[in-house]
Design a protein around this ligand. Sequence first.
Ligand SMILES: O=C(O)COP(=O)(O)O
Ligand SMILES: [Mg+2]
Length: 232
Amino acid sequence: MSKFSQIKAVAFDLDGTLIDSVPDLAAATRATLAELELPLCSDEQVRSWVGNGAQMLMRRALSFALDEQVAEEQLQACMPRFMHFYKLNLQQHSVLYAGVESVLSRLQQAGYRMAIVTNKPFEFTIPLLKAFNIDGYFSLVLGGDSLSKMKPDPLPLQHILHEWQLETVQLLMVGDSKNDILAAKAAKVASVGLTYGYNYGEDIGLSGPDAVCEQFSEITALLNQCDKATEQ
Ligand SMILES: O=C(O)COP(=O)(O)O
Ligand SMILES: [Mg+2]
């Protein structure tokens, strides 16, 4: 029996998994730094800072720009500015990764329940899903601030298991970051690691997901032609 044969529901990460959001995150980060007259960062740097939510992204950006530890008051003072700039341009340059729309559609038709588990603040998550017209695929959406803890804590996945009354063998986490894989392991659910996203420049395979995919479209084959959810 395959590791994925009992899967009935899939929790998807967002940034670096469904959407390449770095261009807009980087633009908002630079706008915040520019306002403070600090050195600006590149998209490439932002790629390596995404993964632990907006506040950690700004903490990493400030620590780069100031070349020192960031004072808590300074971080808190610039967060509303980052949020303001990002909200203005959530999807100016961000794009859906190849194959996302068709895989989500096939999985929905096959009867899988689907959720979003992102560390991105919730207030940006729904507008972004709507902007790409994929909000209708997800019956549960959790942002990094929806619960008291974010990935790599297992709480968001445990919340889904509880809400949907699932056994651990029935839920799969799909993500690009070690935070996704660590959260899955801590919640004792299966995970798929994607290689094309953001993982601090590290190989996602090193986190030990149950499978590694180079492309999003490989997920349907892993789930055995998508017919399992309707069979069970
Ligand atoms: O906002 C982040 O830092 C990461 O978001 P993700 O959990 O959707 O990858
Ligand atoms: Mg991600």
